[in-house]
Structures are given as C-alpha cells and as structure tokens.
Design a protein around this ligand. Structure first.
Ligand SMILES: *Cc1c(COP(=O)(O)O)cnc(C)c1O
Length: 344
C-alpha cells in the first residue's frame, strides 16, 4: 500500500491517504457506465447508499468537496443574496472566492468559537427586509470545523440554528467534509443530519480514505438542480464508477475506524503538552491537532526539524503547526512520532 514516500510519516492532511489493496480491488471490479446518462451502476449505488445512510431523498457524486459546496450555494441562492457562515469557513477561505465568483452572492462572516457559530449570532446577522440590504437566504455550517482544529458542534446547537432558519425562511447547508469524524466523536447518527439540513456535502477523500470524490445530498428537486449546476461547472463525469466504488468501500469500511485516528491524535496531544516550546493546543476533539509554538522554535523551524526526522506537518501560521491523523498513520507511526517529540 506504499505511501508516495514510504519513509515519511505524513501528518500534513487526511487527504494524502492512498487506497489499500482491498479498496483498489473493489475499484477494479466496479461495473461502470456513462454517468452523464445516469448509467453508471457504481455511481448509482454510491448515491443510494449515501441517501439511505443520511435518510435524505437524493444525492449526486462530484469530483471534490469544493464543487459540492459551491453547487449547493448556487442552488440555494440568487445573485445578490447573502450567505451566513463562520469567518474561518472553508467555503469562504479556501474555495477561491467561489461564493462571489460562482453564485454572485455576498457573505456575512461571523466570529464563532473555533469555527462554530450559534443560533443567536445567526439571528443577529439576518438582514431585515429592506430594499437596501442583500437578502439573507442561506446559512452554512462546517462540522467538524477544519480551522477550529477539528471541533464539533453539539447537535442541540445545530438544532437551535435550524429553528432560526425555519423562522426566517433560510436554507441550511452543511459542509460535512469531515462529518463522519463528528458523528463518531459525538456518537451521533447520520440521520440526525439528514433530518436537519437542506443539503449536505460529504468528502470521501478525507478521513474516509477514497482517492477522489464528494457526495452532495438533498431533496429530489434540489439534486435535480444540482446535476444541472454540476454540468455547468464541468463536473459531469463519465465512467467514474471506479471512483464511486472506492467511495462505497470507504463508507462501508472506514467510518468506525475513525475512532482510532481520534485516539492517536489525543496521544500526540499528550506528548506535545509536556514540551516547553508548545504553547496553547486547540482542544483535540477529532483527528486534527493545532498547536502554538514558542521559545526556541517558530512553526517553520519546527516543521523543518520534524521533516529531517521523516515527519511531515504543516505550519499554518508563523506560530501554529497542524497535524492531521488518518488511516495511513499506523500505531507504530504514532509511537515513532511520540518518541521523536520527546527528544525535541
Ligand atoms: C477539504 C475540505 C473541503 C473540500 O475540499 P476539496 O479539496 O475540494 O475536496 C471542504 N470543506 C472542508 C472543511 C474541507 O476540509
């Protein structure tokens, strides 16, 4: 199952995973067809597996989580509308300005707690009906929150936000790139999400370990619109069933094991907390560890030092380092990393 550089322990992201032999052989066996004609049996199977897991009406398979988020935003808004989200949201920070470029929508950024916003904050950010103001039409949540260090919402807080959306006729979208990390960490059911959100984007290529792909879920009507927008964005794929088969394998085999990644992340946290050059560590809830570096290291110096020892991490700011644990990080890799941390 070799990593691209087998000697390296790669904590840069949970996107670096490589398919193992079992996933590869289910990809090789996948029945395929032209998905633009709706004729790829593997994609149809992935879409129906996803809808039944979340208890939603319909789903569409797309090349990336950026595309599923951007399609959702375009389907829920009209040009000039306003989207409410946290200021550190992926949809705002890391999707190339797509809210404006693809949907012509403006954005109201909220200063949440580690990427999580509240019902009160949402209620206060909704524009009144006034010809001067953009119409607020959509709220987007991220769970887990990437820049929040893999933080999770309490489900009751999501339900309170939903109440505000219902009262104000707003749609509610979930950027669930890592929603299964939240579901496992908080012992939730995907059905709760399906009942609450108007649309959900789920990445198969993050912690679930598929090489490519995301699924967007919603009502039949919504997904019909989404298929048109996917085509518009150039995301209509043909015999992509090979990729969908990897997604099915991931959903069937790689969800419950996320608990192991979360345990490994806690072990790294414990080792780092003992070091004098480590400042604040964002509370570890899932598979992401973000910590402040001070004293004799800056974050670029520390990541360079780790790299000399075969460990890859990312300096996300001059003083912050991020480690992400995933299914290609073995218990032995964790032990090796902890032993190295002890020597720094
Ligand atoms: C990775 C990620 C996405 C989607 O990214 P792609 O690389 O386009 O698949 C969306 N939201 C969050 C929070 C992510 O971490």
């Amino acid at each position: 199952m070799g990593l691209s550089s087998p000697s390296m322990i790669d904590f840069r992201s949970d996107t670096v995973t490589q398919p193992g032999t079992a996933m590869l052989s289910s990809m090789m066996r996948a029945p395929i067809g032209d998905d633009v004609f709706g004729e790829d049996p593997s994609i149809n199977a992935l879409e129906s597996l996803s809808t039944s897991l979340f208890g939603m009406e319909a789903a569409v398979f797309c090349p990336s989580g950026t595309m599923t988020n951007q399609i959702a935003i375009k389907c829920h808004t009209r040009p000039g509308d306003e989207v409410i989200c946290d200021q550190m949201s992926h949809i705002y920070l890391y999707e190339g300005g797509g809210i404006a470029a693809n949907s012509g929508a403006s954005v109201r950024l909220l200063a949440g707690d580690r990427g999580r916003i509240t019902a009160e904050m949402v209620a206060a950010a909704i524009n009144p009906v006034d010809i001067h103001k953009p119409s607020t039409t959509l709220v987007s949540l991220e769970n887990t929150a990437n820049r929040g260090g893999g933080s999770c919402y309490e489900f009751a807080d999501i339900q309170s936000i939903k109440e505000v959306c219902l009262q104000n006729n707003l749609k509610l979208h979930l950027d669930g790139a890592r929603v299964f990390n939240a579901i496992i960490a908080k012992k939730e059911s995907p059905k709760w999400y399906g009942e609450t959100f108007d649309s959900i984007s789920v990445c198969l290529s993050k912690g679930l370990g598929a090489p490519v792909g995301s699924v967007l879920l919603g009502t039949h009507d919504f997904i019909q619109k989404a298929r048109r927008v996917r085509k518009l964005f150039g995301g209509g794929m043909r015999q992509a069933g090979y990729l969908a088969a990897a997604g099915i394998y991931a959903l069937e085999n790689n969800v419950n094991r996320l608990e192991e990644d979360h345990r490994h992340t806690k072990m790294l946290e414990t080792a780092l907390a003992k070091k004098d050059f480590v400042g604040d560590i964002l509370p570890v809830e899932t598979n992401i560890l973000i910590f402040e570096v001070n004293g004799r290291y800056t974050s670029p110096l520390l990541t360079a030092k780790l790299k000399e020892h075969g460990i890859l991490a990312i300096a996300i700011s001059p003083t912050q380092v991020r480690l992400v644990v995933h299914l290609n990080i073995s218990p032995q890799d964790i032990q090796t990393t902890i032993s190295l941390i002890e020597t720094l």
